[in-house]
Write a protein that binds this ligand. Structure first.
Ligand code: B12
Ligand code: SF4
Ligand code: SF4
Length: 364
């Protein structure tokens, strides 16, 4: 049977594709396999103990997963022009990386759902993966001609650059594949030199142990030097994306509005349930709000306002031991570690007492 043209399929089934969604098609099986690459990152401990695709690389990296599938549809949602493009951050505020300023997986899921509904109606077998640990979402991108993998490891497209989220639908139907093209970063290395922590090397590899985006999602204790590098970031990091020429806009706007920045003191005073609801699309380990608050304490320490010291004094007393560790560091960074000894007077937690002594000893 002749391969089906996706455009005709879209028209025949009255599917409404928004301008910010691109779709590529790859015929499967492809012979591609990313298991070894994922394993290599894991072996070299560049995955920083993350689970995700690293839990079972043999399966997540396997591209030709289903013997019934004849095509894979690759969906990319372009969020480039949806968000604040200013890097200015007000004092006392924290930054959220652009991909997380809203739930941008929602419009991606919405369009994929439309396809799934049609496939269900037509009794066509299919399987979707969107940010799922069992599937490496970048698998088909280059082969579909949608773009290329940049040195930042991000999948880039002309005009959009890295500002896109990806989803894949394996499908039984034979769709005509879109043409593979040749793109590359050329001599550019702006992402590497813009990365505040040197997390990207010249072999296109990312060491997650050095990546701010990783640490802001991590349940591990964040090392002191990484807390400094986090700066005013509250969730995610965009430096290697902002520096990327294919994704840059020709309109440079300096905005001072706070709509996409977080007032960190307000956040730290917000009820846990409200916080989890307000940021339901964030990856927060075990949905424990203390990890978000930890990020806020670090960002506020690095971008304090005049009242931050007094605010921390108040916050400390009502905080968990986990958060207290970070507030102690906040006092140290604000140069106030010798002014808070009374807070430790009745402390029973030996680790907190040790942390306090350690921070004092770090002050010359
Ligand atoms: C784990 C993970 C992370 C980790 C590790 C990221 C990473 N690069 O591996 C952390 C927490 C750091 C992270 C951060 C971010 N992530 Co993330 N993440 C994932 C996840 C769950 C798995 C990625 C994975 O398996 N990596 C494993 C390694 C092996 O793959 P790789 O680095 O992508 O590529 C390797 C090979 O392809 C090879 N390679 C590629 N080309 C070439 C060429 C040559 C010549 C050579 C030698 C090698 C080589 O080298 C690379 C390194 O080993 C996916 C979702 C999913 N289920 O796939 C999202 C995903 C990759 N993340 C995404 C996003 C948006 C982000 C952030 C931008 C969020 C932010 N603003 O903070 C940052 C970007 C940081 C960055 N520079 O990558 C998007 C990326 C979309 C895109 N356009 O590419 C994805 C696809 C989610 C989605 N569904 O849209 N993420
Ligand atoms: S997300 Fe930030 S820390 Fe991670 S590689 Fe990109 S610029 Fe570096
Ligand atoms: S900044 Fe330059 S080297 Fe890095 S991904 Fe973008 S085009 Fe490639």
């Amino acid at each position: 049977m002749k391969d089906i043209n996706l455009n005709n399929f879209i028209i025949e089934n009255s599917l409404d594709i928004p301008l910010d969604v691109s779709i590529g098609v790859v015929s499967v099986p492809t012979g591609l396999n990313y298991s070894d690459q994922i394993k290599k990152v894991k072996e070299q401990n560049q995955h920083a103990n993350m689970k995700f695709t690293f839990s079972n690389p043999d399966y997540s990296g396997l591209v030709d997963k289903f013997d019934w599938a004849n095509s894979a549809l690759i969906f990319a949602y372009d969020y480039k022009n949806k968000v604040n493009t200013s890097n200015l951050t007000n004092i006392g505020y924290g930054q959220i990386a652009r991909f997380a300023q809203q739930d941008f997986y929602l419009p991606l899921k919405k369009i994929i759902n439309q396809f799934e509904d049609i496939f269900n109606e037509l009794n066509i077998k299919h399987q979707t993966f969107i940010d799922n640990p069992k599937h490496y979402d970048r698998s088909f991108f280059e082969k579909s001609g949608m773009g290329w993998q940049g040195r930042s490891t991000m999948m880039l497209s002309p005009g959009i650059g890295p500002w896109q989220l990806l989803g894949t639908v394996y499908v039984e139907t034979n769709f005509q594949s879109t043409d593979e093209r040749t793109y590359s970063c050329g001599e550019c290395n702006l992402c590497q030199i813009s990365c505040p922590t040197g997390a990207l090397d010249n072999e296109y590899k990312l060491d997650s142990n050095k990546c701010i985006s990783y640490w802001l999602q991590s349940p591990e204790i964040i090392p002191y030097d990484m807390r400094e590098s986090i700066g005013n970031r509250f969730y995610g990091c965009d430096e290697c994306l902002i520096s990327c020429p294919p994704g840059q806009s020709n309109k440079i706007k300096i905005k001072t509005k706070n709509e996409f920045q977080v007032n960190l003191e307000d956040l730290l005073e917000t009820n846990d349930e409200v916080l989890l609801k307000n940021y339901y699309w964030f990856y927060i380990p075990k949905r424990n709000v203390d990890y978000l608050k930890r990020n806020a304490v670090i960002a506020l320490t690095n971008n304090p306002n005049k009242s931050t010291f007094n605010f921390f004094l108040k916050l400390y007393t009502n905080s968990s031991d986990f958060l207290k560790t970070y507030i102690l560091w906040g006092f140290w960074k604000l140069g106030k570690i010798f002014e808070i000894s009374s807070l430790l007077d009745n402390e029973v937690n030996e680790n907190l007492k040790l942390e306090y002594e350690k921070l004092k000893s770090m002050t010359s």
